[in-house]
Design a protein around this ligand. Structure first.
Ligand code: NDP
Length: 344
């Protein structure tokens, strides 16, 4: 039987939490590259929180996935056929693969990676988009100074784990927030943060305040909601908040009821001169060379560690993705679509 292209397509748009019904598995013939195109065999598919937004038809900074078309996303693969002089058969690349086992590309935005430098999976993790997000958000917006306190939510994840470790490298006190005792222990014991608090613990607010005796100078926001409300009273004057993500809100179908925190937020922003700056990393890829030099160097020197959570088989991508939105992943979430010939 000839090989086929297995695809995970968007069958319907979720209302609230995505379910299995929103996804479908189809098999189509492996496409043939045209003039200037390459055929990439996908090895790792990256699963990222932003994909929840792509499932929605709401207007955003990027186009939505189309119904009955593969889910959108990035991945790492190997060039199997090439009609493009910039790429040879056997090159390892990071590109917009979509949720499928093969993809075509004209080479636009395709990045070659060297398996001798780092495991190829890191091309969509610590040395890829999530790592760059941490690097840009913390250093360009957060502007951390030695001795300051940097707090980051989703601290064991792809972005948060890098934020706290860079904060330590820059001489800051790094405080993580994560969703389980096991994740918190990893963040402190393995990644070297000064403290990590479980936001699901009943006395989380008091513990966070105790872990930040000098207040908070930089809060790298990944989750929003209740966690932000716990952070808000602890801000120092001139605090900076790189607003990276709001994962606690991604499945929300309406605004939360209860106390309206907006007046308190506005008052604190004014009186404490707090900077809150949203950013979308795809507008900052120009920083990639500097990022690769710095973060690549810190990985080589052992100053920066990373953890991957690899799920086997493309058909398991929907379940893994739904788990990501509930904190079931532990580290950068990837799906191994095909054997990785560079890893044994
Ligand atoms: P992670 O690897 O950190 O995985 C997501 C984590 O979010 C989960 O493991 C879980 O950790 C946490 N989480 C899930 N649901 C909730 C919830 N309801 N409340 C609190 N925490 C929750 O993902 P990434 O590192 O890839 O992404 C982190 C954030 O960064 C996301 O918000 C994402 O959208 C954003 N991002 C933004 C980019 C940009 O350009 N602005 C680019 C890349 C990412 P736990 O168990 O600790 O709760």
């Amino acid at each position: 039987m000839s090989k086929m292209n297995k695809q995970i397509v968007l069958k319907s748009r979720p209302e609230g939490e995505p379910t299995e019904d929103n996804f479908g598995v189809v098999e189509t013939p492996i496409p043939t590259p045209g003039d200037g195109q390459i055929l990439v065999k996908v090895i790792y598919m990256s699963l990222d929180p932003y994909m929840r937004g792509r499932m929605s038809a709401a207007k955003s900074y990027s186009a939505s996935a189309e119904i009955d078309k593969p889910m959108l996303g990035g991945g790492v693969g190997v060039v199997e056929q090439s009609n493009n002089n910039n790429f040879a058969v056997g090159d390892y690349v990071v590109c917009a693969t979509g949720w499928q086992s093969y993809c075509l590309s004209d080479g636009t935005g395709v990045l070659k990676i060297d398996p001798d430098n780092a495991p190829i999976s890191t091309g969509v993790g610590v040395l890829g988009m999530p790592g760059l997000t941490a690097y840009y958000g913390l250093l360009k917006i957060g502007q951390p100074k030695a001795g300051e306190t940097v707090v980051v939510a989703a601290a064991s994840g792809a972005v948060g784990s890098v934020v706290g470790q860079i904060a330590k490298i820059k001489g800051c006190r790094a405080v993580g927030i994560a969703g389980s005792a096991e994740k918190c222990a990893f963040v402190v014991d393995e990644l070297g943060f000064d403290a990590c608090l479980n936001y699901k613990a009943p006395d989380f607010k008091e513990e966070l305040a105790a872990a930040c005796p000098d207040g908070i100078d930089v809060y790298f926001e990944n989750v929003g909601g209740d966690v932000f409300e716990a952070v808000l009273p602890l801000f120092n004057d001139d605090a900076r908040v790189p607003l990276c993500g709001l994962i606690s809100q991604y499945n929300a179908t309406e605004l939360p009821t209860g106390t309206n925190m907006l007046p308190a937020l506005m008052r604190d922003m004014l009186t404490k001169r707090i900077l809150i700056q949203g950013f979308i990393i795809s507008f900052h890829f120009d920083l990639l060379p500097q990022f690769l030099k710095d973060v690549g160097g810190w990985i080589t020197s052992g100053e920066l560690k990373y953890r991957e959570d690899i799920v086997e088989g493309i058909e398991n991508a929907p379940e893994a993705f739904m788990g990501l939105l509930k904190g079931k992943n532990f580290g950068k979430l990837l799906v191994r679509v095909a054997e990785d010939p560079t890893r044994n």
